[in-house]
Design a binder for this molecule. Structure first.
Ligand code: ARG
Length: 284
């Protein structure tokens, strides 16, 4: 047996306080299929989903996060996946415009919350699914397309926030949102050489070349860890909340000096979402 210790060369990691928005899965169920994880024929247990979600919520509170809540709406079972509700940076909330009609009412519901809570709301002109496909890494926005967010939303988000936008094309339907294929490890704005973790096979060649060039030290996760949505994780710069079943990712994080914290969201995986999907970062 080998004991895994943080390597001596790993830099000291520093936690930063995050502010996030979540939505309790009171109406969670799987009644339609808009990604390969969803099977309406399989039973779901809403109270188990709520209990599992509460462990994530309590984990964030224990880490000192400021956690805001948006009211769930009956008939919108995917509203628990708050990451898709928009993209929030510099006090500006770029609203979501969902691909599938089943989720479209979530767009205005989240925009109402942003408006009521003091954010400068920008109604989207193009299809986009918020932080599901937009990830802030350092000063750049990594932007996913291929299954959900349309590439014209990448231009739109670039104009709104005045940041560099890097388009990445997803090719595996199981990893249909960028946040299922990339984890942001150093979320602090302006962080020098922020790092990521990713699943190479989720991307086309052009995108892979960009990722290899920009993030030569990235953690490469196994197909096995990605297939429990291990990459769908949330970091404060030190603590990385991940799927408890992603054990090799956990080992790699520890080696790099991060503190992985495993949670089990098996019920929410039935809808095709994990830790990050349930978490929308609010950056004022
Ligand atoms: N059932 C949802 C959908 O297919 C899951 C969304 C997961 N969210 C995410 N940020 N990856 O839209």
């Amino acid at each position: 047996m080998t004991l895994i210790e943080p390597s001596l060369s790993a830099p000291a990691r520093v936690a930063s306080k995050r502010t996030v928005l979540m939505c309790r899965p009171e109406f969670f169920t799987v009644v339609y299929r808009i990604n390969p994880w969803m099977d309406p024929a399989l039973p779901t247990d809403t109270s188990l989903a709520v209990r599992q979600w509460e462990t994530l919520y309590n984990t964030y509170l224990d880490l000192g996060f400021d956690v805001k809540l948006v009211d769930p709406i009956d008939g919108l079972p995917d509203m628990v996946y708050a990451a898709n509700g928009g993209f929030v940076l510099d006090g500006i909330a770029y609203g979501a415009s969902f691909t599938y009609p089943q989720r479209q009412p979530e767009g205005p519901a989240y925009m109402d919350w942003f408006g009521d809570n003091g954010f400068d709301v920008r109604v989207p002109a193009n299809i986009n699914e918020g932080e599901g496909d937009f990830l802030l890494v350092g000063d750049a926005i990594l932007a996913g397309t291929g299954f959900r967010s349309a590439s014209n939303s990448h231009e739109e988000i670039g104009e709104i926030f005045g940041r560099e936008v890097i388009t990445l094309t997803l090719i595996n339907p199981s990893f249909y949102h960028l946040d299922t294929a990339i984890a942001v490890l150093d979320p602090q704005p302006g962080f020098e050489n922020p790092n990521i973790a990713y699943l190479p096979s989720a991307f086309d060649e052009r995108s892979l070349a960009i990722l290899r060039e920009r993030y030569p030290d990235a953690i490469i996760v196994t197909e096995e860890d990605a297939s429990v949505l291990g990459l769908n994780s949330f970091s404060d710069g030190l603590n990385v909340v991940i799927a408890s079943r992603a054990t090799d990712f956990e080992r790699q994080l520890r080696e790099r000096g991060y503190n992985p914290i495993g949670v089990d969201l098996s019920e929410l995986l039935l809808g095709g979402g994990g830790v990050k999907c349930c978490t929308l970062e609010l950056r004022s």
